[in-house]
Design a protein around this ligand. Sequence first.
Ligand code: HEM
Length: 310
Amino acid sequence: MSPTYSEYLRLEELLKLQTGVEGEKRRISNDELHFILVHQNFELWFKLVISELKCTRDILSSDYVEETKLPEAVHHMDRVIEIFKLMSQQWRVMETLEPQDFLNFRDELGTASGFESIQMREMESLMGAKWIDGKLVGKQENEKSLYDVTCDWLERTPIQGSTLNSENDENQVNEFIEDYLAAHKKIYPDTNQDAVNFLEENKALRRRRAGLVFIESYRELPLLAWPRKLISTLIELEQSMILWRTSHARMVERMIGRRIGTGGSSGVDYLDMTTKYRVFIDLWAVRSILIKKEALPAIKNKDFYEFRGE
Ligand code: HEM
């Protein structure tokens, strides 16, 4: 038999949960009902975000990611980005609570705080955050993050047609790096050291970063179309999370000023600090060392990057 709308969504149970810990015993005000509902809304979105991030992570975690899988990975992240954009607006509903009216029930929270949101920590850990202010953030042992699998994937980028572990790959990669750094030096002699620092790292990092520079530089090559889309989506994903954190901090500043948080942190200062942290550090950093197309080293083995029919 087909379920009713309410049965399918389990609304009876869901709509009983906006009472605060004491259940029906304490009558909550309309303001507190609003406060609880907004939080629960966020937690429901978090649940979906976690599930989407896991899908992306799983797609990218295989040893060989087929080109046809990349649009799917991007699709899951696009959904997360839209959710974060929506959630950034959702603070406005919270802001209809007057600071003075919040004080009427703030004591009820005790030490409860978004700080303790398990789903928030799971999102961070899935993204790949490893610390915040020396405090964070248990990364689940043996669970790979989006950051981990992105690093592995970038390391396998074919560079000038040369694939990881193929014969002579190391020389080819070194040659590309030398050519790139020389080209960079020509137009940006003053900041060339930044590019040198970025690319002349230890061996594993070197190939990964060279792969990233390669994808960002030769964007017009057909085979790199989805990889570069994937990278810009990862950036947009992190950007949307940072903007969401920022708008939370501004809402909090408006609500409680410089008071300390119920979770015991310094409050707004702590929240602003979390907006400075980046998971995909290299994806942001590479932007400082890009060079314009006409100054790039010539592409080798161009055919390798054409679309190939069956
Ligand atoms: C009146 C509304 C709110 C105020 C005044 C407020 C205040 C704060 C403060 C001061 C912190 C820092 C930790 C602490 O010391 O407690 C914090 C953290 C947090 N809040 Fe809120 N918050 C509000 C609403 C919300 C809502 C609706 C959510 C949605 C779930 C939320 C999610 C979080 C999360 C996830 C953290 C942890 C951030 C991190 O550690 O990176 N907050 N909040």
